[in-house]
Write a protein that binds this ligand. Structure first.
Ligand SMILES: Nc1ncnc2c1ncn2[C@@H]1O[C@H](COP(=O)(O)OP(=O)(O)OP(=O)(O)O)[C@@H](O)[C@H]1O
Ligand SMILES: [Mg+2]
Length: 606
């Protein structure tokens, strides 16, 4: 690897970006601490010389004392700076990662398999799962850099003895870095095997500690399995790391021979010079101490700590530029979105495949949705219904063809302006751990509008607007699945009241009881009468109320029309409807069913 591409530089370059003043203090303390042992050696020499020649001792003693005190005092100060700087580096990296995940306008970067792998590795660096947390790393590095500088400073002092002595001794100690280099860096840290072990360990760990997994974990007797799996993968990780970075016999023997040889030569000549009276005691003290001090250059903690600290830095810095294009949209539009859609939304020959997917979800897909009407989409699991909703939100752009809004390619419209026109209840809608008020209007809305939206969604009595919707917050409360769904519906209804023009409802009532569903759907229909509504549902009692129904199969529209038209057509929809009627007649759905279609789903009929 070229020297300038090495991860270590990236680590050092990040320090001042994380906190300039702390980084300056860190380096200053480091350099000062580094040269102090050499200064101390010289001070000792001066003191010994003064004693030998009966010179006044005040000056030399002060120098020795000050150096010694500085050595003692700087250590804890430097440690504190290191821990602080390390935490800031971790925070800086987390900020960058957050930005890299959140900034791209599309979401391809979060659904790309390779990037997801890298993300797992990068985001967990500070948990101490694959190495010490950053604040410890920076402290290790500080300590071992001090040694490195100290070794070099001692070597420099040796020049005053013989020009070749520091080169021989420094070179010998430095050679250990080259000889043992394989043990310094866990080069294979990013192999599939390591990443997989890490991901599995991480997954097992989360299963164990995340409350939502607790039910199935117990029910299916998976406690032992989870623990074993975690231990197994963690052991594998340690083993892989050990195998990659253990000290190997031959290089160690070579290192010892070289180092011992160089030291023997230097100390032998020192002893000779001293016994032949060519070197006075004071200088002998300085040079012998410096020769010992040069050993601080040796291979050791720095190499390991450096690797552990710079790998996450490199991982985060690598993800940033990789995520940007993966999450980018195919082009940046500038046209306004005011009043859209006013006439129609048209899918024109749209072909779309997910990144790395083998087959497209939609191929040459055509569909027109007149503005201000409601369209229900039915189709089997995996038919592409949610994908249509994602494309309409411009979370992805199609690979070919176009989605046009009032004749304008969606890609030419300013994306944020368009999104401000759209509201949705996604199948996996978000449950903010925030007060009810913010759950209904994350972007803000008058309380009156929030209360009205909650009422329409049948969620008036859930909680006060200020109640956090999560246990674990003071005064917080936990909602049931269906109650959450009402909150999500209220969110969409509130944004319609605030002016959204397109509503996407992906299974918005799947978790509601039958009676609740019929009642709420009436109100949703009333609220969405003047906006364009796209409703995905497996429940026919909901579907039949839409102006038009589209039957989706393998990424194509196979039937399209109103409920009555599709019944008259006698195709797939009719078949499903007849089957549903039969099942109802057979009494499979109970008296509670509002219109005989409550629990019949597309799946149960095809
Ligand atoms: N992020 C993704 N990456 C790759 N493939 C995906 C992704 N999301 C969905 N798919 C695939 O795209 C196809 C369509 O998925 P989609 O979620 O649109 O189906 P759906 O009609 O909403 O199904 P359901 O009724 O189960 O909600 C499926 O085959 C699915 O496996
Ligand atoms: Mg779906």
């Amino acid at each position: 690897m070229a020297v300038r591409d090495r991860q270590e530089w990236k680590f050092f370059a990040v320090l001042p970006r994380a906190d300039r003043r702390l980084a300056v203090a860190w380096w200053s303390a480091l350099l000062l601490r580094g040269i102090l042992p050499a200064v101390f050696a010289i001070a000792m020499g001066v003191l010994v010389g003064a004693v030998q020649h009966d010179h006044p001792l005040g000056g030399p003693l002060t120098l020795v004392g000050v150096t010694f005190i500085l050595l003692q005092v700087l250590n804890p100060i430097h440690q504190a700076i290191s821990a602080n700087l390390g935490s800031r580096v971790a925070a800086w990296l987390n900020d960058r990662l957050t930005e890299a995940c959140v900034r791209p306008p599309g979401m391809g970067h979060l659904e790309d398999a390779q990037l997801t792998n890298d993300l797992t590795v990068a985001r967990d660096f500070d948990l101490g799962m694959t190495g010490p947390p950053m604040y410890l790393n920076v402290d290790f590095i500080a300590g071992s850099m001090v040694e490195m500088v100290g070794g070099l400073a001692s070597a420099v002092v040796l020049f005053a003895y013989r020009w070749w002595a520091p080169l021989l001794l420094g070179g010998a100690w430095a050679s250990t870095h080259w000889l043992l280099r394989e043990s310094a860096v866990w080069k294979d840290r990013n192999t599939d095997q390591v990443q997989e072990a890490q991901r599995h360990a991480d997954y097992a760990y989360r299963m164990a500690v995340d409350p939502p997994a607790a039910k199935e974990l117990r029910l299916f007797g998976l406690a032992g399995w989870t623990i074993d799996r975690f231990i197994d993968r963690r052991k594998l990780l340690f083993e892989l790391q050990y195998r990659a970075t253990r000290l190997r016999e031959k290089p160690v023997i070579w290192s010892v021979l070289i180092v011992v040889g160089a030291n023997v030569v230097v100390f032998w000549t020192l002893a000779n010079a001293a016994s032949a009276n060519r070197l006075d005691l004071a200088r002998l003290v300085v040079f012998a101490q410096s020769a010992v001090g040069t050993s601080l250059i040796a291979f050791g903690g720095l190499n390991w700590a450096m690797d552990g600290a710079s790998a996450p830095v490199a991982a985060v810095l690598k993800l940033e530029p990789a995520m940007e294009p993966a999450g980018a949209l195919s082009r940046v539009g500038h046209r306004p979105a005011d009043g859209l859609p006013g006439r129609e939304i048209r899918f024109r020959h749209v072909t779309f495949a997910y990144p790395q997917a083998e087959r497209p979800v939609l191929e040459d897909f055509d569909l027109v949705i007149p503005a201000g009407s409601s369209l229900a989409i039915v189709g089997q699991n995996g038919a592409g219904k949610t994908t249509l909703a994602k494309l309409l939100c411009r979370l992805y752009d199609p690979q070919s063809g176009a989605i046009e809004v009032d004749g304008v390619d969606l890609r030419d419209i300013e994306v944020d302006a368009w999104r401000a026109r759209v509201t949705a209840v996604f199948q996996d809608f978000i449950r903010f751990e925030l007060p009810l008020r913010d759950n209904v209007a994350p972007g803000g809305a008058p309380d009156a509008a929030i209360v009205a939206a909650l009422a329409k969604a049948g969620a008036s009595d859930l909680a006060d607007l200020g109640t956090p919707l999560a246990k674990g917050y003071p005064g917080g409360t936990e909602l049931s699945g269906g109650q959450w769904q009402r909150v999500a519906l209220a969110r969409a209804l509130c944004s319609i009241a605030q002016g959204a023009g397109l509503v996407l409802l992906d299974e918005p009532t799947a978790q509601l009881d039958v009676r609740g569903e019929a009642e709420i759907f009436e109100r949703v229909l009333a609220a969405t009468r003047n906006v364009t509504t796209i409703l995905v549902s497996h429940r026919f009692s909901t579907v039949r109320h839409a102006d038009r129904i589209c039957v989706l199969e393998h990424g194509h529209v196979i039937e399209l029309g109103s409920h009555d038209e599709l019944i008259a057509l006698g195709g797939r929809y009719r078949t499903m409807f007849d089957l549903q009627a039969q099942r109802f007649a057979a009494g499979e759905y109970g008296d509670d069913d509002i219109d005989g279609a409550g629990e019949v789903t597309y799946e149960s009929l095809t």
